[in-house]
Ligand binder design. Sequence first.
Ligand code: BGC
Length: 795
Amino acid sequence: MTDHAPKAADLPLAERVSLLSGETFWRTRALPARGVPAVVLSDGPHGLRFQAEAGDHLGIAGSTPATCFPTAVTLASTWDDDLVADVGRAVAVEALALDVDVVLGPGINIKRHPLGGRNFEYLSEDPLLTGRLAAAMVEGIQGQGVGACVKHYAVNNQEGHRFVVDAVVEERTLREIYLAGFELAMGRQPWCVMSSYNLVNGEYAGESPHLMRRILRDEWGFEGVVMSDWGAVSDRARGVAVGLDLEMPGSGGLFDAEVLQAVADGRLDEACVTESAQRVLDLAARAPRTGGGATLPAEEHDALARRVAAEGSVLLTNDGTLPLRQDWSVALIGAFAEQPRYQGSGSSLVTPTRITTALEALRGRGTAVTYAAGYDLAVDEARPDLIEEAVRAARETDVAVVMVGLPPRYESESFDRTDLALPAAHDALVRAVAAVNPRTVVALSNGAPVLLPWKDEVAAILESYLGGQASGGGLVDVLSGDVEPGGRLAETFPARQADVAADPWFPGEPHQVDYREGLSVGYRHDGAAPLFPFGHGLGYTTMRWDDFAATQAQVVAGDDLAVEGVVTNTGDRAGSDVVQVYVRDHTGVVRRPPRELAGYAKVRLLPGESARVSIRISARAFAYFDVDADGWRTPSGAYDLEVARSSADVVATLRVRVAGDIDRAGEPADSPALATDDAVFARRLGRPVPRPRPVRPFSRQSTTGEIASTRVGALARAAMMRRLGVDQLEDEHERLMMRAMFDEMPLRAVAVFSRGALSLPTVDLLVAVLNRDVADLGRRLLMLPPAAVRRLRRR
Ligand code: BGC
């Protein structure tokens, strides 16, 4: 608690309750008479999306220019905690300049399936990498006195049905995969955590006593504010009871009456209200309030963005064509060279301070460049005329650089991708160019794994991901060899969609998704060989690894150890490398993935230089979550520590023996990894496999898309759409995302976004009408406030 915050207990109950909901779209409630200011919140894990106030009801359109850094997927590919902290620091500096107190990021949900629409905004499929980078980001931001808000807690791994879907996941998987990253990040005490939209095992995440009280507060000791994702509140009183302190955005006091009633009825302990109000007051007391005015260091941050774009680029293949020779003429092909895809759509969309395109950057170096668009960004099918033009250019130059990837409409918050393919036009272009120029280099702009059917027909493939506003410059730095492509994949590129273990159950039913693949996420799945493995990435120099050994061969459960060795740059250019250590369990005590990341270190070396690296392996690396014992336990026996260049390229294997605390587990090691079978899934869940909640009868939880199946519902939906201005956005992608978001929005959330213009009693009335429930309708009509009755009459 902060010294100068007023004491919540001294405030009248109604005032305490009022603090538990935002004042506006981006601010918490101020109490000027008591000297309590509003806290200003702003989106943007990879840069600020600061809106002075919402330009529209859903807070999507327009924001103040800020540096658009590379998105989370690119940041994570650096495997560089320090660099990620630098980006956090820079975002916080901009927050101070724009008068923002809390940055709504980082987003750290696990990439369960490469089709997840928001994967570009998340870090990795691996919880250790996710957690370490998230912690670094939090430290970077908060070191400047600005708050971070780690989101979305928890199990928010898909966009489809995100407002209402129930993620059914067994406790072991929950702890080891989906919560472990949050747990690591909590070690830095972020000021805030954002609870997610979805349900987890039958309860809304922000209303789950298990997630919110037991794990987040009691086990991890989180002391800050938990705020709801925007429009995620379902039953406010239940949320307050478990410590969901702040409802966002401000709903105009929509739920206040329900909270007060719950206190009056004894359903909600008043102490919970006081506790949450105090946390909101404490947050306001620590908010920086610089008075703004500082100028945003745009040039310096653009340079940082450019450096990170290069460091996060992953060289997937290279026959030696890269780096390009300075005297080579280049055909730069692909509309992305002029209209870069450098970030994803949705709430993380930053208005950049400037944009550097690849075409500009390449011409700026004095390279002889012929440009050809190659495809029309607005259409998927190949345009023979554009391909012909590209082929002509590629024939006449020393090298062809083809920029392909996913156009913005493919990847966004609010909807998932439907398959892993690139647009047909992009595949056709690569093939046509590669057929005429053996030095064809492909540079990819996308936020998540794609299929590359022409992989073996091209000279090099560079995965540049979504590299932020300076991505064009970063790309040219890497192509030319000015900068080493320092990236390693933070996710698996599957060879086929069906190879993803979660595929049969993704995205599930509208109201339920079963996590039957359990621990088999990404490289943890013991399946077909991937297109490119987790951890993979090439450099321009050569590195030798020597003398790797564990600091102890005998380990006692609970003790950390280290793996140490020497890395030497044996090439003639500066470069970097990422030493990865995986743990492989040979104890046979319990079912485990073949290998799991246990530690990593990034090294940068000049030509001929050597460095000793030490990789800390935490005791947790050997432990698993024992559901029966309700805690972490360490099987006794032999383990390998695999020193590796990727999850599929082990360089040295170090055997250690661990004196653990368990020799035999309830579930044997040979039980199936995937709970395809209902009986297996039920046993792991400890309850029968639930059935999805039916669409009817309708309720406050019904989505606008669902009620549109009735005539009255369709009319109501149209009216709500007009009210929220869903189709009024100018930008096509924003419209697309808004429409998807709106159709999946439950009625209670529409009420929140309408700021009370649609009241909860009116929602309940509509529900009674939709259900043709005459008795309920009568009761609801009697309960309507007089103002609402007057409004209805006027209609
Ligand atoms: C997103 C959050 C975001 C919030 C505010 C939500 O739709 O899920 O990540 O911070 O909107 O824009």
